[in-house]
Design a binder for this molecule. Structure first.
Ligand SMILES: [Zn+2]
Length: 305
């Protein structure tokens, strides 16, 4: 496809979410509203109110609008299975189906992953099989903060299966709020997984949050380990220097392993994805070649596209 943007490169947002309100357990909505607490004086946040949060309905139209505004060529779409913590109104199979059907409306732009909690046991394996055979899913989004360690025995069969299917893993790493437990989302628990499955790519999201040094170390040590810088725009606009220094840091330490991402739609109210993409494209945090790799080249290698 022809690149839309001024740099003449393909820009990939490696971390976006779409959903309808009924796909979200109340606990998850609370978790996502918490970082927006700074805005509390401006709006009356309540999970019971269907209209309180503008990001309750995030569909094909909404993501397309953002991608056009941000000159983003492709986005990796990640459904989230929080239903083991608290049930949503609609089950995880239906949420994944809706995601894959929605992405099928924009097949050149959206790359959907399966969202499933390995704690579902046999059902999790069946879910993977279904979305791989029916929709040729390329990867799986995992979220250890629902209560499991990547290196524990009870998820081993699941990870064996992910490896057998040749799926890429994008895992949450770093901070977790509300009913989710941060102690499970330390990047280092993935070390054993990276060693056990050298052909399975693992993307540690959000630079690993406060454990970013672990993430840098793992990205340097394991050829199949990558990271994304989604949620970094949380520092903007109040502290752009921190966002810039993180970008410089990853340009210096892991220029071939870091991938641009937004965590859309979580920051749309505070710093929209289109502005974040523009920031990363235009700020002088690295040479043009490195920026091109982070903005899209590295994720192209991960996804082999
Ligand atoms: Zn996310």
């Amino acid at each position: 496809m022809s690149p839309l943007n001024s740099l003449g490169i393909m820009i990939i947002d490696s971390h976006v979410h779409i959903w309808l309100r009924d796909h979200l357990p109340d606990a998850m909505v609370r978790m996502y509203l918490e970082p927006l607490a700074a805005l509390q004086g401006l709006m009356d946040w309540e999970v019971g109110k269907e209209t309180a949060w503008p990001e309750y309905t995030v569909d094909a139209e909404k993501i397309l609008e953002t991608m056009e505004a941000g000159q983003i060529d492709k986005a990796v779409v990640l459904p989230l299975d929080f239903n083991m913590v608290e049930s949503a109104r609609i089950g995880i199979f239906e949420y994944n189906t809706w995601t894959f059907e929605t992405c099928a409306q924009l097949p050149d732009l959206l790359i959907p992953f399966v969202g499933v909690d390995p704690q579902r046991g046999e059902a999790a394996l069946e879910l993977l099989d279904h979305f791989v055979s029916r929709y040729q899913a390329k990867g799986v989004k995992l979220y250890p903060s629902t209560g499991w360690y990547p290196n524990e025995e009870r998820v081993r069969r699941f990870l064996d299966h992910v490896d057998d299917l040749g799926l890429t893993i994008i895992t949450h790493a770093g901070a977790a709020w509300g009913s989710l437990d941060e102690r499970y989302s330390e990047p280092s628990f993935w070390t054993e997984v990276l060693e056990r499955y050298p052909d399975t790519k693992v993307v540690l999201a959000h630079l690993g949050g406060r454990w970013r040094q672990q993430t840098y170390q793992m990205c340097r040590e394991y050829p199949n380990c990558f990271t994304d810088c989604s949620a970094l725009q949380g520092w903007l606009p109040s502290d752009p220097d921190t966002a810039l220094s993180r970008l410089r840091e990853l340009a210096e330490t892991i220029p071939d392993k870091a991938c641009f991402g937004s965590d859309f739609p979580l920051f749309e109210l505070s710093y929209p994805t289109s502005s974040w993409a523009h920031f990363v494209r235009s700020q002088p945090w690295a040479d043009e070649e490195t920026r091109a790799k982070v903005l899209g080249g590295n994720m192209r290698r991960v996804l082999e596209i």
